[in-house]
Structures are given as C-alpha cells and as structure tokens.
Ligand binder design. Sequence first.
Ligand SMILES: Nc1ncnc2c1ncn2[C@@H]1O[C@H](COP(=O)(O)OP(=O)(O)OP(=O)(O)O)[C@@H](O)[C@H]1O
Length: 217
Amino acid sequence: MALRLVHDATAPARDAVARLSLPGLSLGGTPILGPIDLTLGRGETVALTGPSGIGKSTLLRVLAGIETRHRGQVDRPARLAMVFQEPVLLPWRNLRDNLLIPLRISADKAEVALAEVGLGGRGDRFPGQLSLGQQRRIALARAFAGEPDLLLMDEPFVSLDAALADEMMSLFERLRAKRTVTTLLVTHAPEEARRLADRILLLEGNPARLAASQQTG
Ligand SMILES: Nc1ncnc2c1ncn2[C@@H]1O[C@H](COP(=O)(O)OP(=O)(O)OP(=O)(O)O)[C@@H](O)[C@H]1O
C-alpha cells in the first residue's frame, strides 16, 4: 500500500477519543519529550514509530496515565486497555481467572474471549502450560474482552518469528473488526505499521517531537 506524507500530524479523520497536549516532559532532569499535541479519532489505528530510546513508550505511558510527571492536558476514555511486549499474565491463576479477575466479567464472557483467540475450552490451563504465542493471544483476548474505547499497544508483536507475528496481526485485525476501538500501536517495524495503521506518526529529535504523519491508502 502506498504511503503519503501529510503535514498535519495530529488531525484525526473522526471524532476524538483521546487527546494529549504536553509542553514537554523531563525525566530525572533530562528532557525526553518536547511539545506534543496528539489527537486520536474514534476507531482509528495509529502507529507510533521512531528510533530506540526516543520516547515512544514514555508517550504511551503518559497517555495511559502510568507516567504522571508531566504538565499539560491528557484526556483519555475510562475504558482503556494496554498490551505490552510481554504478555503480563498472573502465572498462579488459570487462563479464565486471568480474564475474570482484572476485567470482572462473567465466566461465559471469558470463555467467549478465549474462543475468539483459539483457546476455547482451555480456561483451566495455567499460563506456564502455554507457548509464548498462546500467552500473547491471551493478552490480546484480555485487552479486547474489556471492550476498551482506547487500546494502547507497546510492541505487542516484537521478537516473534515471521509466521507467528503474521498470525498475531491477523488475530488483532479480526478482533478489531468486531468492535469500534481506537488503537495506538508503538512499533519499530514499518511493515507492521503499514499493514495495521490508518496513520503513522514519527517521533524524532532531542527532545522528541512528533515530526510527521504518514497515512496509508
Ligand atoms: N523513569 C525514567 N526515568 C528516567 N529516564 C527514563 C525513564 N523512563 C524512560 N526514560 C528515558 O526516556 C527515554 C525514552 O525511553 P522510552 O522507553 O520511552 O523510548 P522508546 O522509544 O520506547 O525506546 P524503545 O524503542 O527502545 O523501547 C530513554 O532515554 C530512557 O532512558
């Protein structure tokens, strides 16, 4: 799919679900992020790219409300989910409980969520009995089962072999097609960004700023 460079890095095509307006952010006395304005529109998938250490995860954490050492304005919806590089499951709880406990959903709903990611009927298993790919599927299932308005994903498909990464991206595409969710996806992989995102944002400079936006299609 062809890429087109546009100069308005922040304008969403649809109504806003989340907004971030920072004058900048310093951590431990070091400026990390410069002034940044970002608006995420309803239902869009936005990829956030840039070199290692530039501040992508930091920006994601600010948006999530995990990093609070900033000034400026952040508006986020109440229903928010995160997916990290590591699946972050409770190893001493079975798969069903890994969905039930954080999300407070019914056992029936947890079973539907497991089935959606190809793990139906396996709710009694423990994370340690699963492959890494299956654990990552559970992490995706959990994120979507909470029916978030905003989904923040920090390199969720990194360090998987090509076939597994493709399978995980297909799974994400299937889950995304079933509901309206706004997604901010941090990724190093241009092909992943092009495949999944409506807009591609680039973070660059020191301190980092949103330099440009590319749109697919
Ligand atoms: N809690 C912290 N205190 C001080 N500096 C921090 C803190 N968290 C991150 N940093 C610094 O902020 C910068 C941006 O880090 P961040 O993890 O956001 O980058 P990134 O673009 O996500 O990198 P990567 O692609 O390698 O994951 C780095 O220089 C990092 O060392």
